[in-house]
Write a protein that binds this ligand. Structure first.
Ligand code: GSH
Length: 312
């Protein structure tokens, strides 16, 4: 199999989720550093417009969104599973809550003055300004929680997690770490490790101990790769296909037609191409680019919208 390439930057919480999943599966991977703000001139040729972080590449297949990346990594390396059967689907529901409600409370909570000082500590005033302008555009019209609400709500969310661990089990749903642990972890990592708001866990000793256990999983084995090398990999590879999976589209998604796919919440830049796969969990489109060659860009169905391109 071609190398697993992760396009990411250190301080990105969703990237931390995938780095830990790679670690939990003891996978070897290549690490390409990408800019945290636009422009991203060596990433967009691969994705066709999707700008969120991280992006995963395997040969000429480009995977957007960490929920889909987790499924792909599970197929590549099924053990240890991210979805232990005993968790009976509760793990995916909890992960979705963590990636949305918990994350979008953790971010405004972290942007309180003490957290901001840590998040921006190595930035010049110009870089801070550029970052803020980028993120304002990135979020578009997505609603933003005010700081007093975030402070009140973050405490309650953490105490709910504390309650889940009160019976002494090591991970949120049982004896093994799974997708829910990695999704909850990355939001708390941002608050605790990057914004430096360690007091968030003062009243939650079980969460604090759980967080140490997840951190100890580490990031697996990785080597640096340049963006140019990753583009060469894409250009000289052929998209892999769908592991014998068939398109199974109950909502008539126009296989073979030109479509755009974009996130429905924020960072909503559309990617255009020919729809080559659609099932209940995933869409994929094929597109070509001078620098990346012909690639297939994959998206999860949840949280994304597909539109047919007008032909007239
Ligand atoms: N649902 C997406 C969310 C990704 C996301 O929000 N990523 C943040 C960074 S952690 C981002 O894209 N920030 C803007 C950027 O990096 O350009 C996923 O699971 O991958």
């Amino acid at each position: 199999m071609a190398d697993i390439i992760l396009h990411h930057y250190r301080n990105s919480p969703f990237s931390e989720k995938i780095r830990l999943i790679l670690g939990s599966k003891n996978l070897a991977w290549k690490s390409v550093d990408i800019p945290p703000i636009m422009p991203k001139p060596d990433l967009l040729p691969l994705t066709g417009g999707y700008r969120r972080t991280p992006v995963m590449q395997i040969g000429a297949d480009i995977y957007c969104d960490t929920a889909l990346m987790a499924d792909v990594l599970e197929r590549i390396q099924p053990a240890p599973s991210l979805y232990p059967p005993a968790y009976a689907g509760l793990d995916r529901i909890l992960a979705q809550w963590a990636d949305s409600t918990l994350f979008w409370t953790a971010i405004p909570y972290s942007f309180q003055p003490r957290g901001l000082a840590n998040i921006f500590k190595n930035m010049t005033p110009e870089q801070m300004q550029a970052f803020s302008a980028d993120r304002a555009k990135f979020r578009g019209n997505a609603p933003r929680m005010a700081l007093p609400e975030a402070i009140g709500q973050m405490r309650e969310l953490v105490m709910r997690l504390e309650g889940m661990l009160a019976d002494g089990k090591p991970y949120l749903l049982g004896a093994q770490p799974g997708i829910a642990d990695f999704s909850v972890y990355h939001a708390l990592w941002f608050v605790h490790d990057l914004a430096g708001l360690a007091d968030m866990l003062a009243a939650a000793p079980n969460v604090a101990a759980w967080k140490e256990r997840i951190a100890a999983i580490g990031h697996g084995t990785f080597e640096k790769m340049t963006a140019e090398q990753a583009l060469t990999v894409a250009r000289t590879s052929t998209p892999a296909g769908f592991d014998g999976r068939q398109s199974d589209d109950v909502y008539a998604a126009h296989l073979g037609q030109r479509v755009t796919i974009q996130p429905s919440d924020y960072g909503i830049d559309p990617v255009e191409g020919e729809l080559v796969f659609a099932d209940a969990q995933e869409f994929a489109l094929r597109r070509s680019d001078e620098r990346a060659g012909t690639v297939v860009v994959h998206f999860p169905r949840l949280g994304y919208q597909l539109k047919k391109c007008e032909t007239t």
